[in-house]
Design a binder for this molecule. Structure first.
Ligand SMILES: [Zn+2]
Length: 502
């Protein structure tokens, strides 16, 4: 009897030990440094998703997956590790934008008065316009520019920035800067809000006169999945002069509206009864093949999967410069491969599938992960968790000690926050964690999963001045940091597995 108890005890003990750190060791520098340098080398030409470099990178990643004996995700087809699909690139062929005030028509000129962001299909419309302050809806913070305003089938006109953005000492600045530290994120949020509210176009006004359409660096192309039902709407950015033309004869003056709104600290909206906008957008589209690279370690229960993912594409070659994308995201990709190597070497059969994923076309709008999610058979399989690593090798300029790590999780997944904190505490020199909530954000591939309600953890080492420039090179990465990030990712993964079992 005693022996039996002892045996049982030993069995339980072993079971919990099975998934502790001793069984799957953490990657060391040599597990990822060479991969990182190679992916970020000039040989791979910046890994543009639709370019030669992107395809070379995909072949390399697949060959490493083969070396680590991962099972091809599509093992019954000739594609093996590759999930091939097509994307479309849309650019503007013709655009017109007219403001109609009663019988008066003011025609604005592209490249002089405004710039337009293309969408997936040509469009021609005339509609009433509604001014909705900064176009921000934060009900939880008690701020809503759309309050009591129906913008369905109307053109939404907003100011650039957020309340108080011109005065960094104001209370409103402090409040909104915390919520929207990144300007790109803010614009994306404004666009999504306008789409959700049923608007047919978004017009952004510049009150400072900074915006010049013809030297704006934004891409004049828009990418979408082939056959995707696309819900995006065009975004028109107006210069100060054009903004004034739009607001002429209305109750809003560009000169003092920003000051007013900074003091008001509440949303505002006005329907312009006598002003309409007429716009047309004619597009041309081109098709490109792209591919995700996917390899698995099958689990005991093959109906459940945990994804360890990182996008491998970057900006490729632009204007004869190679955008190497060492941090963004050779770092995450090499980290993913290093974890695949360690799990494969350990010979541990995980309780459920581990899918090592390298997404393409993240830089073109999260298209690789989006395609994956759209074509995943959720009837047959459940995704328990999607881990995302995007830019894990640098330090923000203000992070002098190089010990800040940002980990995003959805609001409702309190357990993942705990796992992250616990894993970090096991490091010899723990990071100062920036734990943030991904709700309402779409900065990387995790958003394709949160959109489906899948729990995620996303790892990011901090913004730097080399972001999306040709200076994001392998010589600048912090390999010690990558190693520690991978320690946390692996420890979190093991802990998550252990928790599922208990
Ligand atoms: Zn990027």
């Amino acid at each position: 009897m005693r022996l039996r108890i002892l045996l049982l005890f030993t069995l339980f003990y072993c079971k919990s030990m099975l998934f502790s750190q001793t069984t799957v060791s953490n990657p060391s520098k040599s597990d990822f440094s060479g991969t990182l340098s190679f992916l970020a080398s000039d040989w791979l030409e910046g890994r543009g998703a639709t370019q030669k470099g992107g395809f070379m990178a995909s072949e390399y990643i697949a060959s490493m997956m083969g070396l680590y004996q991962l099972v091809p995700f599509q093992k019954d087809t000739a594609s093996g590790y590759f999930q091939d699909f097509k994307i479309l690139e849309h650019s503007v062929k013709n655009v017109s934008l007219e403001i109609k005030k009663g019988k008066k028509i003011i025609a604005l000129s592209p490249e002089t008065d405004f710039k337009v962001t293309p969408i997936a299909q040509s469009i021609q419309k005339e509609a009433q316009i509604v001014f909705v302050g900064y176009g921000i809806n934060l009900s939880k913070e008690g701020y809503d520019d759309y309050k009591n305003q129906d913008v369905k089938n109307k053109v939404v006109v907003v100011l650039k920035g957020f309340p108080g953005h011109l005065d960094s000492t104001s209370v409103t600045y402090q409040k909104f800067k915390k919520i929207f530290p990144e300007e790109n994120d803010l614009e994306e949020t404004k666009l999504q809000t306008a789409i959700n509210k049923g608007a047919i176009a978004l017009v952004i006004l510049d009150s400072k006169g900074k915006f010049k359409p013809n030297n704006s660096k934004e891409d004049a192309v828009f990418h979408s999945l082939e056959n995707a039902s696309n819900t995006s709407i065009p975004v028109f950015k107006l210069t100060k002069t054009a903004s004034e033309k739009l607001l002429s004869e209305t109750t809003i003056s560009l000169n003092n509206i920003e000051k007013k709104l900074a003091q008001k600290n509440a949303g505002t909206s006005t329907l312009f009864k006598n002003t309409k906008i007429n716009f047309s957008l004619e597009l041309q589209s081109q098709t490109f093949p792209v591919r995700n690279v996917l390899g698995m370690i099958p689990g005991k229960d093959t109906t459940k999967t945990v994804i360890i993912g990182a996008h491998y594409d970057h900006l490729g070659i632009k204007n004869d410069s190679i955008y190497n994308g060492a941090d963004d995201n050779a770092s995450g990709t090499s980290g993913m491969l290093a974890l695949a190597k360690k799990w494969s070497e350990s010979k541990v059969k995980p309780p459920f599938n581990l899918l090592f994923a390298s997404w393409t076309a993240e830089e073109l709008g999260l298209l690789g992960s989006e395609y994956f999610v759209q074509n995943f058979d959720f009837q047959k399989q459940k995704i328990l968790l999607a881990i995302n690593m995007d830019m894990i090798s640098r330090n923000a300029p203000e992070d002098q000690t190089h010990r800040i790590l940002s980990i995003g999780t959805p609001k409702e997944n309190e357990n993942l926050k705990e796992i992250a904190t616990l894993s970090n505490s096991k490091l010899a020199k723990p990071f100062t964690l920036d734990l943030w909530e991904t709700d309402g954000h779409s900065g990387s591939d995790y958003a394709s999963f949160t959109a489906k309600g899948i729990p995620i953890m996303t790892f990011f080492s901090g913004f730097h001045d080399d972001y999306h420039t040709p200076r994001d090179k392998a010589s600048k990465v912090d390999l010690d940091k990558v190693k520690d990030v991978l320690f946390i990712v692996n420890t979190s993964l093991l802990k998550f597995i252990e928790n599922q079992h208990n």
